[in-house]
Structures are given as C-alpha cells and as structure tokens.
Design a protein around this ligand. Structure first.
Ligand SMILES: Nc1nc2c(ncn2[C@@H]2O[C@H](COP(=O)(O)OP(=O)(O)O)[C@@H](O)[C@H]2O)c(=O)[nH]1
Ligand SMILES: [Mg+2]
Length: 289
C-alpha cells in the first residue's frame, strides 16, 4: 500500500491560501486525521492563530515540526549483552508482534553475534502462531522454546528464561498472544506472565516490555496502549507498519497521555525493515519534508 500523504494534504491546504475562513478548520481536520490528537491539534492551531509571523507554508511546516519534536522522545531498550535480557513483546492480535520479534532477533544477532539468543513461542493460542515463530527461528538459526497449542504461555516463557540462564544465553525474545476471549482474560494472562518473569528476574536480568502498535489503526492504538500500560507497564513502543500509513501521528498522544516513547519503527515485512526510532527522521517522514 502506498503511503497516503499527510504532507501533501498540508501543501494542498496552503495552495488555497491561509486567510480563508475555513483554513484553520481544515488544518485541524488534517491534523486529527493524522492521529496527532485533539489536544495537540488545538494547541497548535491556537498558537498559529496568535502568531503574526505565520504566513507561509514553510512557517507552518516548521512550527509543526518543532511542536511534534518537542513532544516525542526516542527511547532505547537499553539492553546489555553482558547480562541476561528478557524482552516481552506485547500487543493485540495482528499488529505485527511475531514479525517484528523476528526482525529484532535478526538485529540483535548482527549487533551482538556472541550473545546467545532464544525465542519463546508465547502465543500458544493457535497452532499457526507457534508454526509462524518456528519458521522464523529456523530461518534465522535461533533457538526456540515451544510447547503445544493451548499450553500455558507463562510456562513456555518460564522455560525459555530458565534455559537461557543455564546455557548462558543473553537474549530472550518472548512472543505473546494478545488475543483472548475478552479483555479481562487478556489482562489476567499478561499479569501472570509478567509475574512469572519478574519472579525469575533478579538484579542481573534486564526485563523490558515492548508494546507493538499498528500505525494504521490510529486512535485504537492509544486505547490498546492504555490497556497494556495499565496491566503490566510498558517500557517502549514499536510502531509497526509505518511504511503503509500516513497516520503515524499517534506517537504524540502516546507521549502526552501515557508518557510512552518509541524505540523501534517497523517499515515492512522483511527482517531488515526495522529502524531504531529517530525523532527527526520520524517527523520528516510524517510531514513528508
Ligand atoms: N507493511 C508492514 N507489514 C507488517 C509490519 N509488521 C508486520 N507486518 C505484517 O502484519 C501482519 C501481522 O503480523 P504478525 O507478526 O503475524 O502480527 P501478530 O499477530 O501481532 O503477531 C503480517 O502479514 C506481517 O507481515 C510492518 O512493519 N510493515
Ligand atoms: Mg503473532
């Protein structure tokens, strides 16, 4: 899918002139549709309304860029290949957890070739999910801990961490299902997994919860983040499918309302399509500058 162009829409707005009555309303619509959030949108347009210096498209783009940059922060999972690192990959069904977990495995293996790694097939909900991560593990040549479909994901992840410890592996990447019969079940399941890892993880373990969000889902992503953050606490966000969306503005309300920062951006379906989050690159891409 081709990226729908947020920057283009802004430019079109300008070609109609900035002194029309509907200019600010149209601008607000465009910003809201890019998922930047109502509050941010109002503040931005208020600021531009009050600014006598605002005349050209460049003024607006610069103000927009500056304001978004002042909102979003990059973060790093801050893993340490000298220690045992456990990354729990969270997110609702279909956002891109398993695919991006495989990309992370690929990335960490290149970055720390000496650090042993194991994947945990923590999505035990369907047979296809276990097979999917097994295929990645095989392709990447990374060890996988798995059990049968329907088994306890906490037990799978427990086994993975225990075996990593005994082998001296440094990285555990744990997949999860993100799909349950209802929200209460999902939260309960996550709390259980979280508890199991915490119990196992002493001072010598770096434990991170990485939330995968689908950039194309807009405000839903914000609600998902709220749920996961409330349930187990999220350390960083991986924004998946940013290649196929003009709606990546969601990072602004995520930062504002939940204090969450982005660590990674998924930009496609191959192992190489994963980039460490960089605020300037992100904003330039969002605004198509
Ligand atoms: N274009 C694009 N597709 C992605 C990206 N990440 C994942 N996908 C696709 O999204 C779909 C769901 O991914 P999957 O990893 O199975 O999601 P999960 O249910 O959260 O584990 C698959 O078809 C992936 O290839 C991305 O960054 N860009
Ligand atoms: Mg999956």
């Amino acid at each position: 899918m081709k990226k729908k162009n947020f920057g283009q829409r802004l430019r079109n707005l300008f070609s109609r002139g900035t002194d029309t009555e509907t200019f600010f309303e149209d601008l607000e619509d465009i910003l809201i549709e890019a998922d930047l959030g109502g509050q941010f949108t109002m503040e931005l347009t208020d600021r531009l309304r009050g600014s006598g210096r605002f005349r050209t498209r460049e003024d607006l783009m610069a103000a927009l860029k500056e304001m978004i940059l002042s909102e979003v922060n990059g973060t790093d999972l801050a893993l340490d290949p000298e220690l045992l690192n456990v990354v729990l990959v969270l997110g609702v069904n279909g956002v891109g957890k398993t695919t991006n977990l495989a990309k992370l495995a690929h990335h960490f293996r290149q970055r720390w070739p000496q650090a042993g790694m194991v994947l945990a097939a923590g999505d035990t909900f369907r047979a296809a999910a276990v097979e999917q991560i097994a295929t990645h593990a095989e392709r990447l040549g990374v060890r996988l801990v798995r059990q049968g479909t329907g088994s306890d994901p906490g037990a799978v992840i427990y086994d993975a961490v225990t075996s990593a410890r005994s082998r001296g592996d440094r990285i555990v990447l744990a997949d999860t299902a993100g799909r349950m019969h209802n929200r209460a079940n999902l939260v309960k399941e996550l709390e259980k997994i979280h508890g199991i890892i915490r119990k196992q993880a002493g001072d010598d373990v770096i434990y991170r919860k990485l939330l995968v969000l689908d950039a194309t889902t807009g405000q839903n992503a914000l609600r998902q983040a709220e749920m996961f953050h409330e349930a187990v606490g999220v350390d960083a966000v991986l924004l998946a499918k940013y290649d196929s969306s003009a709606r990546g503005g969601i990072l602004v309300p995520l930062a504002r309302q939940l204090g969450l920062s982005c660590a990674w951006v998924g930009t496609g379906e191959t192992y190489a399509d994963l980039e460490p989050f960089d605020p300037t690159t992100y904003v330039d891409s969002l605004l198509d500058m």
